[in-house]
Design a protein around this ligand. Structure first.
Ligand SMILES: O=P(O)(O)OC[C@H]1O[C@](O)(CO)[C@@H](O)[C@@H]1O
Length: 873
């Protein structure tokens, strides 16, 4: 709003208004009293509200995210865009725009009689002309005044309309308009007019909406609120001292809009509905009059598929299918655009079936899926593992001591460091020989019992560091083996030849109920106590678990247990005590601390780098591109580094248990496939095994991981290159072979016989990406692992699934319990199973054959364990 008087065109009708005002004010002539002087004041003013409106509009246009894209407003996920005049989702905004323009036309046509009739004039309002509380919001003091306000309305109106709906938006607009005039009426004696009070109200409504619904929007709320605050501040700095702006009107409008949004909503609450599946957002606005109907809680997945961003990528697939990598790879600029580096890790994805346009579209999809908000939710302890109502805070496991990361209002970092300190003290005592076995010998062998996430990650790290010079020297004279499978053969493999007197057993199980781990733990306990007596448990067995009660019941002193928390998923637990206890025993705590620091460095990068340069985010998006859009269901993980021998099996669990889901996070069936089949082997072994298929059979996107400096290199006299260089030559050759292929013409030119040409042809155009590490040590290993942890989370966030639960593993476990009971029954009754036992005919036959052929005998009561020969010596 501006005090009226800046326009010469208005001076005549205003002059006509003057006696009337003076009379109503009880003053005489033109100058008496407060109102008279104010009247003189505005006659000299100009339409200086322009800057005020413009700056707020800038926040609306540039700073505010597309709410529709977040899945909470508008239609089809795309939502009304400010510039799309005539879009059905911004009808009220358009009506208001037209109304203002028409009114301005009328002001001109009537030689400002309309202005005189409607302007805010305190004396006339006092006299009962109440319409003047609303009408000033539809009048303007000049063309520039109108244009700036309409620009602002065009930016902010659709945001309010998409979040609150058209009717509520209209009410808020009118309330803000009146609130602006009322504030001006009480605070300023000047005549004034303009839509900016109402437009400030739109800003207030947006701010209130994002504040009230910050649980739903996550970091998006913070960004919007931050942007609005900045705008307001800027406004005050630029225009605060400008007497030609009706600040009362602006502030009144702002407060009116905020209050209207507070009362009218929408105020979203997450809940379930008795009548529908999944979780819903229900509008709990205090004034129920204009409440919205419930919406499925989603963040975008179902609707993400219908979004313009998704459709754009689908259409883009056709364009990509017209391209050939052998041509694309000639483009220098494209190559530059598809290479990134962070923390010394170099990532080249120019051999993806992708162009910079693909990247742009994928980043837009990430925005539509609120990837940034979901990442922030992860790091800030929101319970994003909604089916288990748990936070997902594995980054807290490697956070610095002074970090603050909260779960349910409690900083978890001190607890993390309490356990790390305990691990450090314990492992130093064992490694230093202070902690001895029951026979007084130092404990130099470690057996780590655990399965899945309680084994695969630590095993991968153990192998990766076993040839790294420093770790190797720290591990001198020590051994570490992993016992995972319940197969007794695995127990023999792990224990055969071990000296019990020098062996420390670490039982690793998040739940401490996993059948395989607990049977193995009982087996190894029997193996130990048979040799060293029952007192061996106290000195030779420790545990890592979240279930310290079960640990105590097993017979392990809780003092010898290392806890972690339900906010650490099993497959994300390498950096907890799960990995830190056995690996620090073997490699020392300082080496493993560097591993944590490497993970932290990549966590920080993931959290803070823009998505465009964010390695894990880009990897995750490329996964979505390959698997969902291009239909490649498999990913090959191909480290050219024998030390990474167990990397692919760990990633297999990390990825497939996380993202192998059939329903979205709200329980609705997904309209697309998620997850990928991961497999891999180190090069060059894989080349002599399955590479045939990836070169000429199915198209399988490959991830090549190479290391510039080897942990151990050999360079023989007379060889052209060192052994590591020989290995790396393959690392560089294979991606090009996949991408470039070899065509029939080249083969013929080489004189290949015609009947062999089809067999020797390589179609090429097969996607891969290459990651190059400077070297493989504890730090870079941490970076690599964190890169893949976050890449997998990114894909899951975009797919709209819960990557942090694993209900799919339960059914088989339950059925195994039933089989166990029936096997025991059948053996003790010495009677075959039948259909009455509740199995299908096939299982009955298989089980009976097994019982017939198996040689297992239950031990006689009171007899010792029946150990196989491999465990007897
Ligand atoms: O650490 P725990 O509780 O023994 O579980 C082992 C593994 O079993 C699983 O629950 C799957 O069965 C994995 O998610 C987990 O890593």
């Amino acid at each position: 709003m501006i005090p009226l008087g800046g326009s010469r065109a208005l001076s005549r009708p205003l002059a006509a208004l003057r006696p009337c005002l003076a009379r109503l004010a009880g003053g005489g002539g033109s100058g008496g009293g407060r109102r008279g002087s104010a009247f003189r004041g505005f006659l000299g003013a100009s339409s200086g509200a322009a800057a005020a409106g413009l700056s707020l509009a800038a926040a609306g246009a540039g700073g505010l995210p597309s709410l529709a894209a977040a899945g909470y407003g508008g239609s089809g996920g795309g939502g009304p865009q400010p510039g799309q005049f005539g879009h059905p989702d911004r009808r009220v905004t358009d009506i208001l725009l037209v109304a203002n323009v028409l009114m301005f036309g009328l002001q001109s046509l009537t030689n400002n009689l309309v202005t005189v009739w409607g302007v805010k004039a305190n004396a006339l309002i006092h006299a009962g002309q109440w319409w003047r509380l609303l009408t000033p919001a539809f009048l303007h003091g000049g063309l520039s005044h109108l244009l700036v306000n309409m620009y602002s309305l065009n930016n902010l109106g659709p945001v309010v309309e998409s979040t609150a709906g058209p009717r509520r938006m209209l009410v808020m607009y009118l309330v803000s308009a009146v609130a602006g005039t009322v504030a001006s009426f009480y605070g300023s004696p000047n005549l004034s007019l303009g839509a900016s009070g109402a437009i400030f109200g739109m800003g207030g409504a947006i701010a209130m909406h994002f504040y009230l619904n910050r649980d739903i929007y996550g970091s998006r709320s913070d960004r919007v609120l931050g942007s609005l605050w900045q705008t307001l501040l800027l406004n005050l700095v630029i225009n605060g001292a400008n007497p030609r702006i009706d600040h009362w009107g602006h502030m009144g409008g702002l407060a009116g809009g905020a209050l209207a949004a507070l009362l009218l909503g929408p105020r979203w609450k997450q809940t379930t509905l008795p009548t529908a599946r999944g979780r819903w957002l229900v509008d709990a606005a205090p004034v129920p009059w204009l409440r919205s109907s419930p919406k499925p809680l989603d963040g975008g997945r179902g609707r993400l598929r219908d979004s313009p961003q998704w459709r754009a990528l689908q259409e883009h697939v056709q364009a990509i299918k017209q391209t050939q990598l052998k041509d694309l790879l000639q483009e220098e600029a494209r190559t530059d655009g598809l290479i990134r580096e962070a923390g010394g890790l170099y990532m080249d994805f120019s051999r993806q079936n992708a162009t910079p346009d693909t990247l742009k579209l994928l980043l837009e999809l990430a925005e539509a899926a609120d990837l940034r908000g979901k990442v922030d939710a992860l790091f800030s302890g929101k319970h994003i593992n909604s089916t288990e109502d748990r936070a997902v805070l594995h980054p807290a496991l490697r956070a610095p001591r002074d970090a603050v990361i909260e779960d349910a209002g409690k900083n978890v970092v001190p607890e993390v460091w309490a356990v790390l300190d305990k691990i450090k003290a314990f492992t130093e005592r064992v490694r230093g020989g202070e902690w001895k076995g029951v026979t007084g010998k130092p404990l130099t062998n470690v057996v780590s019992i655990g399965i899945g996430g309680s084994a695969l990650g630590p095993l991968f790290v153990h192998t990766a560091l076993s040839t790294e010079p420093e770790a190797m020297s720290q591990a001198a004279g020590r051994s570490l083996v992993f016992l995972a499978n319940v197969d007794p053969v695995d127990a023999v493999r792990a224990l055969h030849g071990l000296d019990a007197e020098r062996t420390l057993v670490v039982i690793v199980s998040k739940t401490f109920t996993t059948a395989e781990t607990m049977l193995n733990a009982r087996t190894v306990r029997a193996w130990l106590t048979e040799r060293l007596g029952p007192e061996a448990v106290a000195k030779h067995m420790v545990a890592v678990s979240t279930n310290l009660k079960a640990v105590a019941e097993f017979g392990i002193d809780p003092e010898n247990a290392f806890g972690f928390w339900d906010w650490v998923g099993g497959r994300f637990s390498v950096s907890s005590a799960v990995g830190m206890v056995p690996l620090s025993l073997h490699y020392s705590f300082p080496v493993m601390e560097r591993f944590l620091q490497g993970m932290r460095a990549m966590d920080d990068h993931f959290r803070s780098a823009p998505l465009h340069d964010n390695l894990p985010a880009l990897l995750g998006l490329l996964n979505v591109w390959n698997s969902t859009f291009l239909g490649h269901s498999t990913t090959a993980i191909l480290p050219y580094q024998q030390a990474l021998q167990h990397f692919a099996p760990h990633i297999q669990q990390l990825s497939m248990e996380s993202n192998g889901k059939g329903v979205a996070i709200d329980g609705t069936r997904l309209p697309y496939e998620t997850g990928e089949i991961d497999f891999g082997e180190p090069g060059t072994n894989g080349q002599h095994s399955f590479y045939q298929l990836i070169h000429q059979g199915r198209v399988i996107p490959a991830e090549f991981i190479g290391v510039a400096r080897s942990q151990q290199d050999v360079y023989l006299q007379g060889e052209k290159v060192s052994s590591h260089e020989e290995l790396m030559c393959n690392f560089f050759a294979q991606p090009d072979a996949l991408a470039m292929g070899k065509d029939a013409a080249t083969l013929r030119a080489e004189g290949v016989p015609e009947h062999l040409v089809p067999h020797k042809t390589f179609t090429g155009n097969r996607p891969s990406l290459s990651i190059l590490l400077p070297e493989l040590n504890a730090f870079t290993l941490g970076q690599l692992l964190s890169l893949y942890e976050h890449r997998i989370a990114t894909s899951g966030f975009v797919w709209g699934i819960n990557s942090f639960d694993q209900w799919g593993v339960e059914l088989g476990k339950v059925l195994a319990n039933k089989v166990r009971a029936k096997v025991q029954e059948a053996r003790s009754a010495n009677c075959p199973l039948s259909a009455a036992d509740g199995f299908c005919p096939s299982t009955v036959r298989l089980l009976n054959r097994f019982l017939q052929q198996g040689q297992t005998q239950a031990p006689a009561p009171g007899a010792g364990p029946s150990f196989p020969p491999g465990l007897k010596q």
